[in-house]
Design a protein around this ligand. Structure first.
Ligand code: FES
Ligand code: FE2
Length: 430
């Protein structure tokens, strides 16, 4: 029996625990319909909490950064002199010019400022958005209100992640996340994970198809097979069996906990002559897709809240925060977030952020780089499949698709999206 086979628990099918999901074929119309995408924007993106950054991006009072969220708007995230974090619509109260930008108005920017000044006619704003100075004030009329501002959006910080909500009457962020998610995510010491690596790309495919690629463990032997083992039969044997994972679909969010290989044992001496093999690189740098092999013992990150499903050989907990964010907490001491920001039915910005502690030695730094490089390589392999699937789905030659038990989170995710859109259409969304 291989070590992977030993992970099997003999558990029966998971999807059957969620009878509302059914087991029949599903339609992917929700991922190719322009009309559904417009409804999704109204029902979900304009009224759900969306992560826009990390608190480390605002290191001091007076710092700011902008986000260009196509179809939703340009926003400024700022840390005011009172230390409070604000999210502002990036629009001037005079004639609607975009206030904060540097070289090009369509590009995101960041910096520090005591106030923002509109480039058009010079109106000035505090970092809380309140207009502090109107140039040539005496040329205006009595109708000019005293309280002029770049309008504020709801903005909250949770576990160092900055979230905004475009709806003024959305429930507070913690209420939306729910007690379980707050408890399990908040106990991680994010403040120690300041060595940040990021990767951005634009994917020509629906944002949900992008997410689907990370919601199941059916594909790795085939999409990533050559990375695991050139012989697909061998690669199949390297992916843990379905019943070794943990799933918790606490609507609208989800968790999957993932098993992984044990760290490499410390070996004295050489790893042998160079080989064109990932294994050799992993051995040389003592790191791979599942993290560095030499664990730091000074972080205190393995809190009792980790691995709630008691997965054997646990590797990481992957939380999915509705609608478009995954926060993955890895036992070998790092955090990855994946986010999918659509700009149309057929395109999204794909953002991967990886957070390590500051390395203490050169070898620790190199190990981190191997983990980052492996993670991004796998992410790009997934992306090819996302573009290939979206382009094939679009002509509707087939309209019903078949999801295995391994794909239950995909079934759930599309179900929750469709329900949110249906509730909004029915006018009874909360
Ligand atoms: S549009 Fe901003 S000052 Fe005129
Ligand atoms: Fe993948």
């Amino acid at each position: 029996m291989s070590s992977i086979d030993k992970l099997a628990t003999g558990r029966e099918k998971y999807t059957l625990d969620y009878p509302e999901l059914g087991t029949g074929p599903v339609s992917y119309e929700d991922s190719i319909s322009e009309e559904f995408f417009e409804a999704e924007r109204e029902a979900i993106f304009k009224r759900t909490w969306l992560k826009v950054g990390r608190i480390e991006q605002l290191p001091r009072n007076g710092t700011f950064f902008t986000r260009e969220l196509k179809g939703l708007g340009s926003i400024v995230i700022s840390r005011h002199t009172d230390g409070k974090v604000y999210a502002l619509h990036n629009i001037c109260a005079h004639r609607g010019n975009k206030v904060v930008w540097q070289e090009h108005p369509a590009e995101e920017s960041k910096g520090s400022a005591r106030q923002f000044q509109c480039k058009y006619h010079g109106w000035r704003y505090g970092l809380d958005g309140k207009c502090s100075y109107v140039t040539k004030r005496d040329q205006f009329f009595d109708s000019l209100p005293d309280e002029l501002a770049m309008p504020q959006l709801q903005c909250e910080v949770f576990a160092g992640f900055i979230f905004v909500n475009f709806s003024a009457d959305a429930p507070p962020l913690r209420e939306f996340l729910g007690e379980k998610l707050v408890r399990e995510l908040e106990c991680w010491p994010y403040e120690k994970f300041t060595n940040h690596w990021s990767f951005r790309t634009y994917v020509k495919g629906n944002w949900k198809i992008g997410i689907d690629a990370l919601l199941e463990w059916y594909h790795p032997a085939y999409v990533h097979g050559r990375f695991l083992d050139v012989d697909v039969n061998q690669a199949e044997k390297l992916v843990p069996p379905m019943d070794s994972y943990h799933y918790d679909l606490f609507t609208p969010h989800m968790l999957t906990s993932v098993p992984g290989p044990p760290p490499l044992k410390k070996k004295q001496g050489s790893v042998g002559p160079p080989e064109r093999s990932e294994d050799w690189i992993y051995k040389l740098f003592r790191a791979g897709l599942f993290g560095p092999d030499d664990l730091r013992d000074d972080l205190g990150y393995l809190t009792p809240e980790r691995n709630p499903g008691e997965v054997r050989y646990w590797s990481n907990d992957q939380y999915w925060l509705f609608p478009n964010l995954s926060i993955q907490l890895w036992g070998r001491g790092y955090v990855i977030t994946y986010q999918y920001i659509p700009d149309s039915v057929g395109g999204h910005n794909y953002e991967v952020d990886i957070y390590f502690p500051e390395p203490k030695t050169a070898s620790e730094r190199l190990a981190q780089e191997v983990v980052v490089d492996s993670t991004i390589e796998f992410a790009m392999q997934d992306t090819n499949t996302v573009e290939a699937s979206y382009s094939a789905l679009a002509n509707r030659a087939l309209q019903q698709f078949h999801l295995s038990d391994m794909e239950l989170m995909i079934r759930q995710f599309h179900h929750v999206v469709r329900q949110a859109v249906a509730a909004h259409r029915a006018g009874n969304d909360k």
